[in-house]
Design a protein around this ligand. Structure first.
Ligand SMILES: [Zn+2]
Length: 363
């Protein structure tokens, strides 16, 4: 199938070689007119995936339902009939990032903003009262009615009162807010941190700070959990991308290094991760549909589909691994399990790191 009108001239525009038919026999460029209708810019992209005897659909069919088949074909040198691994991965990544970005965002945002205004004004009042009281005591001390120790003692008393008032305030207005190490705001947290000289508290301070910021924005425990989970899910495709070379590295480590090159493991990884991205995308689309439908039987069906796809994505790895690295069954199963554990652990650590970073960037 051609992408555009063929040129009447028979000299290749790319290399100057004589072109008898559609493609240049020397460099392979198609001898089409240099300018095409505008829409060709876009249809070309889609056609790239769909022409060549259904190259794209054949690739997708094997990728989804024949674990390991594409990798085997590619390593055996049968490449023309399928979409090349990197191209496939990039195209699927594009879909995996683009489609979820079209989903509507959380409806409760407006409600949160309203609460936000209310709480900030209350808190500001509290802080103003607090600092006014401290200033008055300093003033009395300056006039000589109080010794520094006495004024210090009173200030501390006032602070304690304010804190407990704060606590009440949080209990009433933000039911279900977590306490972190028994504290409900960053001031309390900081004083606990300096008092206990705790390294753990010091390490966790940015997270605590972020958490208190979110509660002060009027988010309750459930909303923060939901936000956290959302960030986590968003992070999976990014984590996979970073993890690609490591996954291939572990494959390399666990297999015969003379028989298999790092290159082969790279192909296997690209294919498996392409598959994973598609299943994550399907899961997210299902979840989105599930949220917009409130009908228990359908919700149960969605849950069921979810479980099936998740289990399939895991089993897929073992089938693909066995098909590509076929050695004695017991050995591939053992290697498969070890690889699965190592990688599950590795991806989990990477994800936690990324989630920590993105949690700090929630706004
Ligand atoms: Zn040419």
């Amino acid at each position: 199938m051609s992408h555009g009108k063929l040129r009447a001239d028979k000299n290749c525009l790319n290399c100057g070689h004589f072109v008898e038919e559609q493609y240049c026999p020397h460099c392979g460029q198609e001898n089409t007119e240099t300018r095409q209708p505008f829409h060709f810019l876009f249809t070309h992209f889609v056609e790239d995936f769909t022409h060549y005897d259904g190259q794209f659909w054949k690739t997708m069919k094997y990728l989804l339902f024949r674990p390991g088949k594409l990798t085997k074909e590619y390593i055996a040198g049968k490449r023309q009939q399928y979409v090349a691994p990197v191209k496939l991965y990039i195209f699927i990544s594009f879909l995996a990032f683009f489609i979820p970005s079209l989903f509507p965002s959380d409806h409760s945002e407006n409600q949160i903003k309203k609460q936000d205004l209310l709480i900030t004004s209350k808190e500001e009042q509290q802080m103003a009262a607090d600092s006014a009281a401290t200033a008055t005591i300093k003033d009395i001390e300056a006039r000589g009615y109080l010794t520094p120790e006495q004024s210090e003692k009173i200030s501390r008393q006032i602070k304690r009162d304010t804190l407990s008032a704060d606590e009440e305030f949080f209990e009433i207005d933000k039911r279900g807010a977590y306490k972190i190490a028994g504290t409900t705001n960053i001031k309390q947290y900081d004083s606990l941190m300096t008092k206990e000289q705790s390294r753990v508290l010091k390490f966790a301070r940015p997270f605590a700070k972020k958490y208190f910021e979110l509660t002060e924005q009027g988010l309750n425990k459930k909303q923060i959990q939901a936000k956290f989970l959302e960030t986590f899910v968003h992070m999976i495709p990014k984590a996979l991308f970073i993890y690609l070379p490591l996954f291939a590295f572990f494959l390399w480590l666990f297999h015969n290094k003379k028989k298999w090159w790092y290159f082969d493991h790279g192909i296997f990884t690209l294919h498996y991760f392409s598959f994973l991205l598609i299943s994550i995308l399907i899961l997210r689309i299902l979840d989105q549909l599930n949220q917009s439908i409130d009908f228990s039987i359908i919700n149960i069906l969605f849950g069921f589909a979810n479980t099936i796809i998740t289990i399939y994505s895991i089993i897929y790895f073992f089938f693909a691994h066995h098909r590509v690295y076929e050695s004695r069954k017991r050995i591939t199963v053992l290697t498969g399990i070890s690889l699965f554990i190592v990688n599950a652990f590795g991806i989990f650590i990477l994800l936690m790191g990324l989630v920590a970073i993105s949690f700090l960037m929630i706004h």
